[in-house]
Design a protein around this ligand. Structure first.
Ligand SMILES: [Zn+2]
Length: 247
């Protein structure tokens, strides 16, 4: 599935999250994942890639304000601040990838980073949306926030349905990790597309038969670069992906 494309139908109420709702921790970890690039070797490659991208952007966009908006980065002359590809981020076309959510109130609700926010360097409360319900069979999402919920809300919903103990789900992209752990940790079938009933069944199969319950990480074979981790807290899920990242 192409990243950043919403494939479900939805009922979206455009409104701010409740003022009393504190999602400071969620925002903090989201921004940490955005900052997390691929280690020394990959960083060099990314830096080079980023530099050519920067030059391209500079030559393509005549206005300073546009340059600044692209990828949510401050692009300065020279290479003092280059685009980086975080575990949550945006690809060379500026299309966002990766998302994070926490369970909210009743078991069926969660708060998730909104669609197309991966490119934003410093996200805030504005960039999160409450998903009130998901109907996988009808391919339908009901949400409320300033932006529509992430295009991968279905996948998050499937994970929350596995166990009430799961409080946080993180979906990242990193080609190095994806290649390294493909079929080494629970891995979804290559032929199944995301957010479908088949995917829900496939993840349930992994939960029961492939140790997903204990490992709490899965690789999405049919979604290049895509991995999912989850945990009983944001910190737990974050620490888990960092363990694999630093391995
Ligand atoms: Zn993805």
């Amino acid at each position: 599935m192409k990243e950043g494309v919403i494939k479900f139908s939805y009922d979206w109420k455009k409104k701010p999250l409740p003022a009393s709702l504190d999602i400071g921790e969620l925002v903090k970890y989201r921004n940490k994942l955005r900052d997390c690039t691929g280690g020394i070797k990959e960083t060099k490659r990314q830096m080079e890639h980023g530099f050519s991208l920067t030059k391209k952007i500079l030559s393509q966009s005549p206005q300073r304000s546009q340059r600044r908006d692209f990828l949510g980065l401050e692009i300065k002359k020279g290479n003092s601040e280059l685009p980086v590809y975080g575990l949550i981020g945006a690809d060379e076309n500026g299309v966002g990838y990766g998302n994070i959510s926490v369970r909210y109130k009743s078991s069926g609700q969660f708060i998730i980073s909104a669609s197309d926010t991966g490119k934003i360097k410093r996200a805030g409360k504005y960039h999160f949306t409450v998903v009130n319900s998901v109907d996988i069979k009808k391919n339908f999402v009901s949400c409320a926030g300033m932006k529509v919920a992430s295009s991968e809300s279905m996948t998050h919903d499937i994970i929350y349905n596995l166990s009430s103990g799961i409080k946080c789900v993180i979906h990242v992209h990193n080609l190095r990790l994806w290649k390294k752990f493909l079929n080494k940790v629970p891995t979804t079938s290559k032929t199944i597309s995301y957010g479908t009933t088949e995917m829900a069944n496939d993840i349930r199969r992994l939960w029961v038969k492939s140790g997903l319950k204990e490992k709490r990480i899965l690789v999405m074979a049919g979604h290049e670069g895509g991995l999912v981790v989850f945990g009983e807290s944001i910190e737990e899920a974050y620490s888990l992906i960092m363990e694999y990242f630093n391995e």
